[in-house]
Design a protein around this ligand. Sequence first.
Ligand code: 5AD
Ligand code: FES
Length: 354
Amino acid sequence: MQILITKDCKELPKVLSNIIKKAQSNNFLEKEDIVLLLKSRNNDLLDAANSVRKRYKGESVHLRGLIEFTNICKNSCLYCGLRCENKKLERYRLSEEEILNAVKRTYEAGFRTVVLQGGEDNYYNSDKICRIIKKIKKYDIAVTLSIGERTYDEFKAYKEAGADRYLMRIETTDKSLYKKMHPDMNYENRVECLYNLKKLGYETGTGCLVGLPNQTVESLADDILFFKELDADMVGIGPFIPHPETPLANGNKDNFEMALRVMAVTRLLLPDINIPATTAMESIREDGRIIALNSGANVVMPNMTEQQYRAKYEIYPNKICINDSPDKCINCIKSKILSIGRTIAQSKGFRYDK
Ligand code: 5AD
Ligand code: FES
């Protein structure tokens, strides 16, 4: 995505520094100020996000164990390698026993949150999901679901079964882009799902992709204002990475910097939320997660999926850790976190626990 400087160069540093100050004292910015911050190359934004993170979330980093339990998906998002039209991908589903074994490993590794993520796969109906949640909740561990759009009653049933959090990125708030990217989905329905999750008392995570074809910086500013409006409890920002087996195979590959800036502005506007250093960031930039942890992020989600399934959860190409075991991933990320003077959190890491 193009980064442009639009104001007169001499006065720009001062203008940007005033915007950053305003964001730090009000936790709010007008859209045009957000656009200016995103378009500039000014590193003060990243440093300001880092100091806001330090002030509100401290030095500890929360680890969430990610279990990718099904790569079967009924949808056909244009950017996603799991889209149902991708016939080259070998599909898998984890049995209930395999899921619970992965949860046990996650718990024994000291993690206090497990994230169950999958494609939109109706095989896992409400009864199955609720049964799995109840079994997981025998451990003292928070459960985050990331299984796509469901009805209000389904979300309610998962909550009653013990689910704590739910992740569902809005992906983009540009409605016409949303429609192009998600031929079989509906923007209004996705927004409604997010508000339903909030209403039901979930800690609700959302986020966006950065660098989709024809996505504008103005629409990224709208995405950030949407996170603020929803009062999202978690926001995950990912650079778009073109997947060869999708219609967006020739898309822009160079989206790291802009994703980092969107994440940093999000931290300024929502100072106390949980923000992950995303796997996609590290997949396109060496030490991308460490750079993110120094620019506003306070969460990392190591992959706890068994090695035999990892390569098959190919949302985008060159995903990190696909040849590694869960143990290797845990040790690798822990040592990186400690090397930058941060600590590993021991709590479940809710937005409001300290
Ligand atoms: N590049 C980067 N992120 C992607 N996702 C899906 N496809 C891609 C891609 N090609 C992200 C979506 C989704 C999350 C699980 O993965 O934002 O919400
Ligand atoms: Fe599965 Fe988008 S391709 S939800």
